[in-house]
Design a protein around this ligand. Structure first.
Ligand SMILES: [Zn+2]
Ligand SMILES: [Zn+2]
Length: 249
């Protein structure tokens, strides 16, 4: 057990998300209570959102208020909409947060149609193609959110050759990949495999949507026993600090 490791969580939803219930300040004080040194408050955005500026102003206030206790970053979680890794986000939204999490949330229409017609490999093909693009180019995102949840949820498997190719790409990519041991089910084969490679940029992300889920993520330190996220967390923290300093200058 690596109790000396600094705890960070780069994916916590607030009540600005339609499926989140925690207030910004409750998230901050709960994170401090569990000894976290850095957090990212990440809310769902489609294209742009009218509340982003207000959220930024409030996060900025909390950043100052709790400056001695914790580093606070702001993020947006956006959907991958096709097999090219295209993200559903407008450029102007990017200036209202420190970083972007690209996530697979539901399948594009043509993939759903193919699946409905009995082609169960359509989802796997979509995921593999989009993952490759995101790992190669990243585009406007810095993080891939719960990378293989869409496969786990449907119990789909990727052929070993393609799986190996994706792992190889992930070790060379500038993208950070989330490990969500608390809220993602049942296992995360891709991220677990990637974790065995020394150069992997894996970060810890609870993807908590409530204060209860946030507490669950830290009770007993279970999420931090493997040290798999130590390197990625430190590298992402440095990147976010510089992005935030540039944005707020
Ligand atoms: Zn998500
Ligand atoms: Zn999320």
């Amino acid at each position: 057990m690596r109790c000396s490791m600094e705890k960070m969580d780069f994916h916590i939803h607030s009540d600005y998300s339609d499926d989140g219930s925690a207030s910004l300040e409750d998230i901050v004080t709960e994170a401090i209570r569990w000894g976290l040194v850095a957090i990212g408050i990440v809310d769902h955005v489609r294209g742009d959102a009218a509340w982003l500026e207000e959220r930024e102003a409030r996060i900025s206030g909390l950043r100052k208020k709790y400056a001695d206790d914790i580093a606070i970053f702001s993020g947006i979680e956006v959907k991958v909409v096709d097999d090219q890794g295209t993200l559903e986000v407008e450029d102007r939204a990017l200036h209202k947060a420190d970083y972007v999490v690209a996530s697979f949330h539901g399948t594009p229409e043509h993939v759903s149609r193919q699946s409905a017609n009995g082609d169960h490999t359509a989802v796997v093909r979509w995921w593999c193609d989009s993952m490759l693009k995101l790992l190669e180019e990243g585009g406007r995102a810095q993080i891939i959110g719960h990378p293989d949840r869409v496969l786990n949820a449907s119990r789909l498997t990727v052929d070993p050759e393609k799986f190996g190719q994706l792992l190889e790409m992930a070790t060379k990519s500038r993208m950070f990949l989330e490990w969500n041991p608390v809220t993602t089910y049942p296992a995360q084969p891709f991220v677990q495999e990637l974790g065995k490679k020394a150069s992997a940029n894996i970060i810890y992300a609870s993807d908590a949507h409530t204060i209860g889920e946030l507490a669950d993520a830290y009770r007993g330190h279970t999420s931090f026993e493997e040290g798999m996220v130590e390197r990625g967390n430190a590298a992402l923290l440095a990147l976010l600090k510089s992005r935030q300093a540039t944005r707020l200058r």
